[in-house]
Design a protein around this ligand. Structure first.
Ligand code: SF4
Length: 278
């Protein structure tokens, strides 16, 4: 293990995020001994050897590899809170995966929202996008309740896990290509760990679609050529290096931009999620 990857020495150098690992935040997968990736090489090294999703989620949740995103997520958490949440503590760290560690279905999102996951510490939790997604997952039998308000609210996902292309809230919801590439190593590992039982992937939006195809290629999976095009309801089949076939479906993202305008309706989302069980 290189010095960069040594467990953070909290006694000599406090973890600078608003919520240090091990501080008692509900669902925090990390401890003060979780190793911290500080650059792209660190992400690749830690992700590549994460033995299970618990270890992976812990390491994601303390990652500091992208300086611009680390600065943004922590600034929002400290001084950029939305007025309606100004008295609440913010997570201010990357969003770890959430859901069933033995899932046969993975949902791949874009990136955390500054006042959603970056506030609550759980994927798609505490914002309108999450209201839509979890209501649909409840209607289709994957979620134990239709709302996801805060980590520790009792929500349980069965058979499905939610991950993302980028795990830190980006300014203007736009990660740079370099940030996407760096964070892609975490997604690669999520797919690799899930692969033995994975039946289907759902990409929310074109960025998640492309990120998933990129991860599949890096893992040596077979991706159809020409590259499958993203659209709502798109479907293609990926084949793992072990010969298992995995369906990749696409849905418009559950962002307000789509749900408020009617581009994505509840029946449209339910129909795609329902196909994950086929
Ligand atoms: Fe780490 Fe990903 Fe956040 Fe970059 S975006 S700091 S790689 S978790």
């Amino acid at each position: 293990m290189s010095d960069e990857l040594l467990p953070h020495p909290v006694t000599r150098q406090p973890f600078p995020s608003p919520v240090p690992p091990g501080a008692g935040w509900p669902g925090d997968p990390a401890t003060s001994h979780t190793p911290v990736a500080r650059d792209a090489a660190g992400v690749a090294e830690l992700a590549g050897r994460a033995a299970d999703v618990g270890e992976l989620d812990a390491e994601i949740s303390v990652c500091r590899a992208c300086p611009r995103l680390v600065a943004w997520r922590e600034e929002v958490a400290r001084v950029g809170k939305r007025a309606s949440f100004v008295n609440q503590p913010y997570w201010g760290r990357p969003g770890p995966g959430f859901g069933d560690p033995d899932a046969s279905v993975l949902v791949v999102g874009l990136a955390p929202a500054a006042n959603g996951t970056n506030r609550t510490g759980r994927m798609f939790t505490g914002d309108r996008s999450g209201d839509w997604l979890y209501a649909a997952l409840h209607r289709t039998g994957y979620a134990s309740q239709p709302t996801s308000v805060a980590a520790g609210d009792g929500l349980v996902l069965t058979g499905l896990r939610i991950v993302a292309s980028v795990r830190c809230a980006p300014p203007a919801n736009k990660p740079t290509p370099a940030e996407r590439d760096t964070c892609g190593a975490w997604l690669d590992r999520d797919l690799a760990l899930a692969a033995p039982r994975l039946r289907a992937l759902l990409a929310l939006g074109s960025i998640a679609w492309d990120a998933t195809l990129g991860s599949a290629r890096r893992l040596g999976w077979t991706v159809p050529r020409p590259k499958p095009r993203f659209t709502h309801g798109a479907e293609t089949v990926l084949t793992t290096s072990g010969g298992r076939t995995i369906r990749l479906l696409g849905s418009y993202h559950v962002s307000q931009q789509n749900t408020f305008t009617g581009k994505l309706t509840e029946p449209m989302l339910d129909a795609v999620i329902g196909r994950l069980r086929d």
